[in-house]
Design a binder for this molecule. Structure first.
Ligand SMILES: NC(=O)c1ccc[n+]([C@@H]2O[C@H](COP(=O)([O-])OP(=O)(O)OC[C@H]3O[C@@H](n4cnc5c(N)ncnc54)[C@H](OP(=O)(O)O)[C@@H]3O)[C@@H](O)[C@H]2O)c1
Length: 161
């Protein structure tokens, strides 16, 4: 997973993520994408952010009106069968919640931008988790007050990046 948040934990400003991170954050994300076979987003993120021509293969998760939620383990299995060995999910909070609830997230790249957004925007994870998910900090970088953290889910598979 990759997200950018404000210090007060908001994942959007004015309905989009663009105003949160700096140019360094964009550069980090562009560099990160190059290390993955595909990028995955939820339909809400596609609607909010556009996501035209990002480079790697883009997988958009959607259910459609009146349809059941996607079977995420089956989706990941079928992507793996198609040769996708590493997948970067860029949100949003709804898809992140579903992936965490299903135990399908091994790492979280989190940019913490030195700004406050105030009320009205969601955080990085929507929905309930059966248990609190402990994370291990793999590394933390800083530039101009912006923090770039990489967390691992405890017990996740060894680093393959
Ligand atoms: N700060 C950041 O790094 C960051 C990153 C990403 C997004 N965002 C922000 O997050 C907001 C969007 O939030 P969101 O929660 O709506 O985003 P989202 O998780 O991308 O989209 C939710 C939608 O994705 C589809 N979806 C998600 N999980 C699904 C599943 N298991 N099966 C089938 N469909 C599934 C559904 O679409 P349908 O109902 O259409 O089928 C659902 O309504 C925007 O403001 C965006 O800017 C911020």
């Amino acid at each position: 997973m990759n997200f950018a948040v404000t210090v007060d934990g908001r994942a959007a400003i004015g309905g989009v993520s663009g105003p949160i991170g700096s140019k360094a954050d964009t550069a980090m994300l562009v560099g990160l994408r190059k290390r993955f076979d595909a990028v995955m987003i939820g339909a809400g993120t596609k609607r909010a952010e556009g996501y035209e021509k990002i480079g790697p293969r883009l997988v958009v998760v959607e259910s459609g009106p009146g349809r059941e939620p996607a079977d995420l383990p089956a989706l990941l299995r079928s992507l793996r069968d198609e040769g996708v060995r590493s997948l970067l999910c860029e949100g949003g909070p709804t898809l992140h919640g579903s992936l965490q609830a299903a135990g399908l997230v091994d790492e979280l790249f989190l940019t913490i931008a030195p700004k406050l957004a105030g009320a009205g925007a969601a955080g990085i994870l929507a929905g309930e988790l059966a248990e609190i998910e402990p994370l291990e900090l793999a590394w933390l970088l800083e530039q101009d007050g912006e923090l770039f953290a990489r967390y691992r889910s405890i017990g996740a598979a060894p680093d393959s990046l």
